[in-house]
Design a binder for this molecule. Structure first.
Ligand code: ADP
Length: 147
C-alpha cells in the first residue's frame, strides 16, 4: 500500500518555507499531493491559476509530487485521494496552537488520517505567505521568498 500525503494550504503564494517542508517530507511518502484550497470567502492575493502555475514551477524537479485544488473539507479530499496523512509545517508556538486544533478536528472527522508535522528550519521560521503579500502590496522585493 502506498503512503500518500496531502499537503494542504492556501499557498497564496507558495514560499521557500513551504518548499523546504515539501523537500524534507518527500522521502517519507510515495506521493505528496500539494492541495491548494479554494475558498471563495477568502480574499486571495494570487488567483488560483497563478497559484497553480507557481506551485507547478516550484515542484517541477521533484518526483512524487502532484498538484490539486480542492473546495471541500481537507479530510474529505484526503479520502478521495486515498491519502492517510496530512502534512503541515510548524514555525512557532502560535503555529502549534492553531495546528493542534485543526489536527484534533480532523482526527474527530477521520480517525484513520494522521497529521504529520514538520518543524521548519530556523532560517525559514519567519517566512510566511502573508509576509510575501505585504511586501508585494507595498512595492518591495518579494521574489526571493517565493518558492
Ligand atoms: P493555511 O492557509 O492553511 O494556513 P498556508 O499556505 O499558509 O496554509 O500554509 C500551509 C502549511 O505550511 C501550514 O501548515 C503552515 O504552518 C506551513 N508553513 C507556512 N510557512 C511555513 C514556513 N516558512 N516553514 C514551515 N512551514 C510553513
Amino acid at each position: 500500500m502506498s503512503r500518500i500525503a496531502v499537503f494542504p494550504g492556501s499557498f497564496d503564494p507558495m514560499t521557500i518555507g513551504h518548499k523546504a517542508i515539501l523537500e524534507r517530507a518527500l522521502p517519507l511518502f510515495d506521493k505528496i499531493i500539494v492541495a491548494i484550497g479554494v475558498n471563495s470567502d477568502k480574499k486571495n492575493c494570487f488567483t488560483i491559476e497563478e497559484r497553480i502555475a507557481q506551485v507547478r514551477q516550484a515542484v517541477k524537479s521533484m518526483d512524487g509530487v502532484e498538484i490539486a485544488t480542492y473546495e471541500t473539507l481537507t479530510t474529505d479530499f484526503c479520502k478521495k485521494c486515498n491519502a492517510k496523512y496530512i502534512l503541515r509545517g510548524l514555525r512557532s508556538v502560535s503555529d502549534f496552537e492553531y495546528e493542534r486544533n485543526i489536527a484534533e478536528i480532523n482526527k474527530l472527522l477521520s480517525s484513520d488520517i494522521e497529521t504529520i508535522f514538520m518543524v521548519s528550519d530556523s532560517k525559514y521560521a519567519a517566512i510566511s505567505s502573508s509576509m510575501v503579500r505585504e511586501l508585494k502590496a507595498f512595492g518591495k522585493e518579494y521574489q526571493q521568498y517565493m518558492a
